[in-house]
Design a protein around this ligand. Structure first.
Ligand code: NAD
Length: 309
């Protein structure tokens, strides 16, 4: 079975590619390398440096004729979406429509789409389940949610199967400190340099941090299960940003103190996602606990730093 992964040079996409290859899938990657890293490209995959918004996508589908598409490529930065909503919408909405059109034309069986907790906006209740109202408070939240409607309508009109996965805050090895859930990689970077990280707000805001390897296994589970359905992919737990920093200090045996700054527009105070539906229908579970995942992430970055010295 052949799977086309858009954004396969990126943080999450590259882990999905690795897991697909481990499981004997044939993999094709489309990535324009805008934030992706060529070093993260799995050599067993076929790589096309193509932009998802461009006509060249047609050539990739024509040559490769994938059975499945796992769509990860996106403009992922909330703050950039606030500064340039047109570009954000072009990549995330029009780019996804372009992918969907090619899926239909080249008879793709199923698309798995990376959506985000940002679609929900400020939670009205916790844990946020899939029936929670959609009320995004950033353009990124809008541009990640809008394609869900296109996917569902393409599916109804043209019989394309889909699964939508709404990720909580993803962390782990290979994450770029600029990313949406980049707080972990930003903190590691600062702590390894003995610098104080900035915390926007009082640090008591909570997030649901999920390891990238658990996200990759959810994507694989979604290839064959959960057809035409939407799932939260999370750990179902709340961790404050202060707790996160203190865990990281503990792992590194340091006591680096943060600098507190004003909260940023578009930031949500408390969030965690209920993952019961994914457990039941996809037969998936998050397996990596935060402390263990942070330890692995810190070890990875420590090694990168010592290599670059
Ligand atoms: N990181 C998180 O915490 C998080 C949370 C919720 C949802 N998501 C979603 O997960 C997906 C992957 O995010 P990530 O954190 O790995 O980000 P990332 O920036 O590491 O990966 C995105 C990849 O897409 C590529 N890309 C961007 N624009 C493109 C375009 N126009 N054409 C082709 N390729 C393009 C980039 O080069 C990069 O390799 C995104 O859809 C994002 O919205 C991420």
């Amino acid at each position: 079975m052949k799977v086309l992964v858009t954004g396969g040079a990126g943080f999450i996409g590259s882990h999905i590619v690795d897991k697909l290859i481990e499981n004997n899938y044939e993999v094709v990657i489309v990535d324009n390398l805008s934030t992706g890293n060529p070093k993260h490209l799995n050599p067993s995959a076929t790589f096309y440096q193509v932009d998802i918004t461009e006509k060249d996508m047609e050539t990739v589908f024509l040559i490769e004729k994938p059975n499945y598409v796992i769509h990860q490529a996106a403009q992922i930065d909330i703050q950039s979406s606030l500064k340039d909503p047109s570009f954000d919408a072009k990549v995330n909405i029009l780019g996804t429509i372009n992918v969907l059109e090619k899926c239909i034309k080249y008879n793709v069986e199923k698309i798995v789409y990376a959506s985000s907790a940002a679609a929900y906006g400020k939670p009205i209740y916790l844990g946020v389940d899939e029936n929670h109202e959609i009320n995004p408070i950033s353009f990124y939240g809008i541009s990640k949610h809008t394609p869900e409607h296109y996917i569902q309508t393409f599916s109804q009109l043209y019989d394309l199967k889909y699964t939508i996965l709404r990720y909580a805050n993803v962390y782990g090895i290979r994450q770029d400190p600029k990313g949406e859930g980049g707080v972990v990689s930003i903190f590691v970077d600062k702590l390894l340099n003995n610098e104080s990280p900035f915390i926007f707000g009082d640090g008591e805001q909570t997030r649901d941090f999920i390891n990238v390897k658990d996200i990759a296994s959810a994507n694989l589970a979604a290839l064959n299960k959960g057809h035409n359905n939407t799932f939260n992919i999370s750990c179902n737990t709340q961790t404050t940003v202060n707790e996160l920093l203190s865990m990281m200090n503990q792992i590194l045996d340091k006591n680096v103190r943060p600098i507190y700054r004003d909260p940023r527009p578009g930031d949500i105070l408390h969030s965690y996602l209920d993952n019961q539906k994914a457990k039941t229908v996809l037969g998936w579970n998050s397996e990596i606990d935060l402390y263990g995942g942070l330890k692995e992430t810190i070890q990875y970055y420590s090694k990168q730093y010592s290599l670059s010295l």
